[in-house]
Design a protein. Structure first.
Length: 190
């Protein structure tokens, strides 16, 4: 809902609490970037769990990566299966291209936000879905970040955001899928 922002689509369905400053009903005609698909294979990659309230740098690729509550993690890899970020944790991607099957960022709290950071312009290729909870900040450093949701399967990819004190600064490209932003009512905090 920042200055100059708008939504243009043939059909706009917004939930209670979502603010759209300029709403335009019609087909959006924009030049889209070339789609980047996630075709990576994670079957033989190791799993890893980052302990709560620790700071680590991981240099490899992982199938299932669990980042526990309050952890601070830097990821130098480029291929990930499922990444789960728990409450108040922070993850930082250093690669210019990252392939992820699923990214789930649990809600933060009023005192401890959860963060997804990038150190440069980044293409995030997602083959299944992204789920961002309340009290989460994605890309607080305002790098040019694009989430490309798609793979070689004929299925729908999904990008869900719960909007209570959540900020996502990114482009989201979903040729076959759903983008859903749920507005907060201010009462979802612990």
């Amino acid at each position: 809902n920042g200055a100059g922002s708008f939504v243009k689509a043939p059909e706009i369905d917004k939930d209670k609490g979502v603010t759209i400053l300029s709403q335009i009903n019609g087909v959006a005609t924009v030049g889209l970037p070339t789609m980047q698909y996630n075709t990576s294979v994670t079957k033989y990659l190791p799993n890893y769990t980052v302990s709560s309230n620790t700071t680590v740098t991981l240099n490899g690729n992982f199938r299932d990566l669990n980042i526990r509550k309050g952890a601070n993690v830097t990821l130098n890899g480029t291929i990930f299966g499922k990444i789960k970020v728990e409450e108040g944790a922070s993850v930082r991607f250093t690669s210019a291209v990252v392939n992820i099957e699923e990214l789930r960022v649990d809600k933060g709290s009023r005192t401890t936000m959860s963060y997804v950071r990038f150190v440069q312009t980044t293409s995030i290729r997602v083959s299944k879905n992204v789920s961002i909870g309340n009290d989460v900040v994605v890309n607080p450093d305002y790098h040019s970040v694009t989430f490309y949701l798609g793979d070689t399967k004929c299925d729908e990819e999904k990008f869900y955001v719960k909007g209570d004190d959540t900020k996502v600064v990114a482009n989201i490209y979903i040729p076959n899928g759903k983008l859903k932003v749920l507005g907060g009512n201010g009462n979802d905090h612990d």
